[in-house]
Design a protein around this ligand. Structure first.
Ligand code: DHK
Length: 145
């Protein structure tokens, strides 16, 4: 049976086609979800793709991943820079592999984006490659699971 991978998205990623196209590229989240599902078929995995603007819901989903998923790809949005709760949730589902993705190159942006609470507990981090980062992360997960 194909293994399920959760692809979780944090706040404001539901507005990708409306917000700062020069930074986020203008491709909407539904199209990124389609890319992920297509890649997953090729990789023999199933993708459960979700987005929430609420930190607690993201924590709930990480805990759920700990019970149901073989791995997680997460773009934590702005909460990545602040959320000790998400950091703790990822630690609590170890050794489940979690890969952090950012569409933009957070290191080439404001200083407050340079650090994330997720990076230290992720198996890897991809940033700056736009939507391609999601499918690369799925490929990396497929190698591990
Ligand atoms: C998305 C966000 O919403 C920002 O808060 C992060 C990230 C960067 C991204 O590049 O996908 O700083």
């Amino acid at each position: 049976m194909a293994k399920t991978v959760f692809v979780l998205n944090g706040p404001n990623l539901n507005l990708l086609d409306k917000r700062e196209a020069a930074i986020y590229g203008g491709k909407n989240l539904a199209a990124i979800a389609d890319d992920c599902r297509e890649a997953a078929v090729e990789l023999g995995m199933e993708v459960d793709f979700r987005q929430s603007n609420h930190e607690g819901i993201l924590v709930d989903w990480l805990q759920e991943a700990g019970e149901k998923a073989a791995g997680v790809v997460i773009n934590p949005g702005g909460y990545g820079h602040t959320s000790i709760a998400m950091h703790d949730a990822i630690r609590s589902i170890a050794p489940l592999p979690v890969i952090e993705v950012h569409l933009s190159n957070i290191h080439a942006r404001e200083a407050f984006r340079h650090h994330t609470m997720i990076s230290a507990v992720a198996v890897g981090v991809i940033c700056g490659l736009g939507p391609l980062g999601y499918t690369l992360a799925l490929r990396a997960l497929a190698e591990r699971i």
